[in-house]
Ligand binder design. Sequence first.
Ligand code: SF4
Length: 279
Amino acid sequence: MTARLNPEVAALVEARLRYYRDLGSYDLYRRGLPPAALEDSEPAATAQSEVTKTLPPTPHVTTTATESEIPDLSPRASRSAVSAALSPAQALQLLREEIGDCTRCPLAFLGRHTIVFGDGDPHARLMFVGEGPGADEDAQGLPFVGRAGQLLNNMITAMGLQREQVYIANIVKCRPPQNRTPEPEEARTCVPFLFRQIEIIKPEVIVALGSTAATYLLEVKSSLAALRGRIHMAHNSKLIVTYHPAYLLRDPRQKKEAWIDLQIAMRELGLKPAKPAGD
Ligand code: SF4
């Protein structure tokens, strides 16, 4: 039978693991815990002092996990196992709390007002990923709510879905100044959060909107033209690359090409295009 940590010690260890994740350390190993740290043994205070002896000094970390949310932190428990123990909505909420008032990359200090986490159905079969928030998104805290967002909504409707049925996120969660492309350091720092959103939601199909999304989701540097028109496999999902809606606003002639890309996604999901209004 697997030994479980008692809840108070588990909360302490969870906070410490979050701290190490914030530093970018994901693979941690430890010796066996003293019996006092396990359930049905010593009181928590004793267990806590035993565990603290084996760990470096605790930084200031706040944790809001309630007892029912404390995941199994037994030696075999992985992050995906922790996520699997929660509903997708709970796991997303926990991830949002972990991101906190993030200052992990330079975009935190370049004029962002809000962290734009993502929006939509935690059970979505289809996920759209863009580049980063713009001014409207930064103001409202939601992805794709400006003019490009309106076009994306129209694209989703044409696919026979409502916006609420899909999930929408970006490579970076903070607005780059003047809507510039995220620097590699910024994108590489933020994109693990997106990968964890994908891991939680498990969409069947991801549509990468534009070359920045395609580059970081596929981890390849290639032209959009070379990546469009076929199905890639990435993050355990089928991935289709198309134009960013902001680009389509600048060059509406490419909308026809984007529709061809979206039809690939629709075929994979068994979707029928929406009937034109009035039919
Ligand atoms: S872009 Fe991402 S990593 Fe950078 S500060 Fe915002 S949330 Fe943190």
